[in-house]
Design a protein around this ligand. Structure first.
Ligand code: SAH
Ligand code: SF4
Ligand code: F3S
Length: 481
């Protein structure tokens, strides 16, 4: 991708109609404007991107930063930015509130730097009420777009710069998957790779299908081509991304299963590790378990969201599996792939959840003994079916259940962690330790972090490390020669 020389693109005529050529044209156009501005100010222009939410948003931000850098902005965390971009999340109310909090701060920043442009994008912007609120109460925001048109960033910036009024463009949904745009990766040695966009599951509590649109799979050959390029560029670990990777390929002309895609990705020479997320229990096939069991590259880690252990609640949540089916699936996976780390997501306080329902959740936690679990307090999302349910659980009851669940999860994951102490594992070195510069931090195949003595030259390498001590969320270890 970085081969394109945007200075050589002809910007004198009309913009091309087809993508990605149209965006190349607008990148080149913006590049000219940024150069002029930079000359006028006698300094480079800086951008600052903040990302909220999940891995999909993190990957989207790499695409956005890729475009910003080609336009001529230097991404910074320290300098006062000229272009601020918030890539937002709305999965729970508190993700949403955080953004409004930050906007108050940005308003003051903009008063100090008149050149500053403020842009908001991502899932939260797909909600009409949010956009209305921004239009009426946050008029200093320059650019608002959603999840379906992030590839158009350059075109939107160009419009903002030339017409000198706020630009708001939200698309309801899209079929488009625009390939071959610039991407600026956060890590040189690992990368996320989208295999699909959107979600069709409509779990009754969840806003994602409304803000991310219908499920669309990328073609396997495009995915493989992207990974091959990444590997040629030094990447050794990839994370395949989708809201429900197990239904990958269902809408393609040539149907293909997720397990088959994994088989093909495994063949890529030079690639060392494969991760994926998220795996919906309802579509997890025996074929996938088989592929994971025999793979040399797929990491020993599976995130299998439970949400609730009560079959009654699972039904109202529209999860399409019940307690027994989940438990037998998780047990089968543990049996077939004994050294796998299982993690999960659990929601506490879904409307109508009784003490009995909650005890069912605790029972699954006790049976499956998760290596780690993310617990969330149910958050009412306007527009979802669950938001209209009348029997919301009182806050103090939720808080009590949440604390009990968390305590049990900690006990179990501490016990799970201890099992690995004394053993040696391969570890991908990710960074120099923040607190102690003599240590580096690496990640095991099962996702755990380990700190050990070493220098920055190890970053990006896979080394053998013996675990000496478990410290809760991480280990201390020693590298083997
Ligand atoms: N596609 C993934 C989940 C993406 S959202 C899957 O189905 O597993 C990540 C997590 O946020 C979910 O697993 C769920 O536990 C949590 N979540 C989603 N909506 C929520 C809500 N309204 N309140 C609380 N937690 C929620
Ligand atoms: Fe939300 Fe369910 Fe889709 Fe996951 S599968 S994103 S929880 S609707
Ligand atoms: Fe949030 Fe959107 Fe991801 S709502 S969790 S950023 S898909």
């Amino acid at each position: 991708m970085n081969e394109i020389n945007f200075d050589l693109i002809d910007t004198t005529g009309e913009p091309p109609v087809s993508e990605p050529e149209r965006q190349y044209y607008y990148i080149a156009k913006c590049r000219e404007l940024v150069k002029l501005k930079s000359k006028e100010l006698g300094r480079p222009l800086y951008s600052q991107t903040r990302t909220f939410g999940c891995q999909m948003n993190a990957r989207d931000s790499e695409k956005l930063i890729g475009i910003l850098e080609q336009i001529g902005y230097i991404e910074t965390e320290t300098a006062t930015p000229d272009f601020v971009l918030y890539n937002t999340c709305t999965v729970r109310e508190n993700a949403n509130l955080k953004v409004y909090g930050h906007l108050g701060y940005l308003k003051k920043q903009k008063e100090k730097n008149k050149n500053m442009m403020i842009a908001l994008c991502g899932c939260m912007m797909q909600e009409e009420t949010v956009v209305e609120k921004i239009k009426s109460s946050y008029r200093f925001v320059d650019l608002v777009f959603g999840t379906h048109n992030i590839y158009k960033l350059a075109e939107l910036i160009y419009d903002r710069l030339t017409y000198n009024k706020p630009v708001i463009e939200i698309l309801k949904d899209t079929d488009a998957i625009v390939e071959e745009l610039p991407i600026e990766r956060k890590y040189p040695f690992k990368s996320g790779v989208n295999i699909m966009f959107g979600c069709n599951n409509f779990c009754s509590y969840c806003i994602v299908p409304y803000v991310r649109g219908r499920e669309r799979s990328r073609k396997p050959e495009d995915i493989i081509k992207e990974i091959e390029k990444l590997v040629a560029d030094g990447v050794v670990e990839i994370m395949l991304l989708g809201q429900n990777v197990n239904s990958y390929g269902k809408n393609l002309d040539e149907e293909i299963t997720f397990a088959e895609l994994l088989r093909r990705v495994e063949q890529i020479e030079g690639l060392k590790r494969i991760r994926f997320m998220t795996s919906h229990p309802k579509d997890l096939s025996d074929e996938l378990i088989e592929v994971m069991k025999h793979s040399k590259k797929i990491c020993k880690q599976l995130h299998l969201p439970l949400q609730s252990g009560s079959s009654r609640i699972l039904k109202i949540m529209n999860r399409q599996y019940d307690k027994d089916r989940y438990v037998s699936l998780a047990k089968k996976i543990r049996q077939e792939i004994p050294d796998i780390a299982l993690s999960t997501d659990i929601i506490v306080g879904f409307p109508g959840e009784t003490e009995e329902d909650f005890l069912e959740t605790l029972d699954v936690v006790n049976q499956i003994e998760y290596d780690s679990a993310y617990t969330f307090i149910y958050s009412k999302r306007t527009g979802t079916p669950a938001a209209k349910m009348e029997n919301q659980v009182p806050e103090d009851v939720i808080k009590d259940r949440f604390d009990r669940l968390l305590a049990r999860i900690h006990e179990i994951s501490n016990a799970q962690t201890l099992k690995h102490v004394g053993k040696t594992y391969d570890v991908l070195v990710e960074e120099v330790n923040e607190h102690n510069k003599e240590l580096v931090t690496g990640r095991m195949s099962n996702g755990s972090l380990v700190h050990f003595k070493g220098g920055k030259e190890l970053i990006g390498n896979i080394v053998n490390v013996t675990l000496n001590e478990a410290k809760g969320f991480y280990y201390l270890g020693t590298m083997e020669e």
